[in-house]
Design a protein around this ligand. Structure first.
Ligand SMILES: C[S@@+](CC[C@H](N)C(=O)[O-])C[C@H]1O[C@@H](n2cnc3c(N)ncnc32)[C@H](O)[C@@H]1O
Length: 282
């Protein structure tokens, strides 16, 4: 019995070594998994595998999350990007016209791998609130291609409480794309977005929401209740986010629906295909 226990622990440690090797920034194993559409099953197995490691598995899970964003990101972006020029047209125009001649102050919450930089105004002051500090390097790296965007601050905290880093009424525009599904408390985040915006300031959002009443919504509710999805998808969950935004107290909320279709990884992504994007004005 004891032998099997030791064997199990040894295999676990060996497995971790393999996982660590896979997680090198440029791993041929990872490239292979992505190329052959094996990434999602691998991700599910990996997260289950890291479960018993508890806190020890945290660092690995963070790396796994980063890889996850880099793999799923481009697939999602292919579907979402066609909506972004329309969503951010006003932001670009406001930045370019710059009433007072001063660049806009933009706050991006949950910036992740910086998918929105192409839609920013040419010049702006950027504040980032992103709890995962490993994205800071990526932000700094990518900003080299956008010399007009000046990084005023990167705060590795949750957007639920930004009082220690951002004063009320100081931000011209808040950007949040695919973030409210991942935060711990989306009500608090939305209240904070409203607090930090200047009067007339705008919140640009793109979020996936729960499906309309259907079998899919029932499965989403089960995945939410059991916390399975949250665990597999690195903190993502299902909410009626568009309704929450409308209830927050913005003076106007304009939003549109979008349905995404995926050719790859279609099963997991099918659950997040109902999206809303728009602008909420303080
Ligand atoms: C699905 S990713 C989206 C990344 C990026 N906005 C995009 O559109 O590609 C969710 C992001 O939200 C961040 N996040 C998670 N919890 C957060 C919180 N409480 N406050 C702010 N950001 C959070 C994650 O670290 C991650 O970068």
């Amino acid at each position: 019995m004891q032998f099997f226990l030791y064997l199990f622990i040894a295999l676990l440690l060996l497995g971790n070594l393999v996982v660590l090797l896979i997680f090198q920034e440029k791993s041929p194993i990872l490239d292979f998994l992505i190329k052959h559409n094996w990434y999602f099953p691998y991700h599910v197995v990996l997260t289950l595998y890291l479960l018993p490691l508890g806190e020890f598995g945290r660092e690995l899970r963070e790396k796994s999350f980063m890889n996850f964003c880099h793999v799923i990101g481009p697939i999602l972006m292919k579907e979402i990007n066609p909506h972004k020029p329309e969503l951010f047209a006003g932001l670009k125009a406001a930045g370019e016209s710059g009433k007072s001649g001063k660049p806009l102050t933009v706050l991006e919450i949950g910036i992740g791998p910086c998918t929105n930089f192409p839609y920013y105004p040419g010049k702006c002051e950027l504040v980032v609130v992103e709890p995962e500090s490993f994205f800071r390097k990526e932000v700094e790296q990518k900003l080299k291609s956008y010399p007009g965007i000046h990084l005023k601050g990167f705060y590795d905290i949750g957007a639920e409480d930004m009082t220690s880093v951002i004063d009320s009424g100081t931000i011209d525009a808040v950007i949040g794309t695919l973030v409210l599904c991942s935060v711990n408390n989306n009500d608090s985040v939305l209240r904070e977005v409203l607090r930090v915006l200047k009067p007339g300031g705008k919140y640009y959002f793109y979020e996936h929401v729960k499906s309309k009443p259907s079998w899919k919504r029932k499965i989403q509710e089960f995945l939410h209740w059991s916390t399975i999805w949250r665990y597999w998808m690195c903190g993502c969950d299902f909410y009626d986010t568009h309704k929450l935004i409308k209830k927050t107290g913005f003076s106007t909320v304009e939003c549109k629906e979008a349905y995404l279709s995926y050719s790859k990884f279609s099963l997991p992504l099918e659950f997040i295909n109902h999206n809303y994007y728009g602008i909420a004005t303080k």
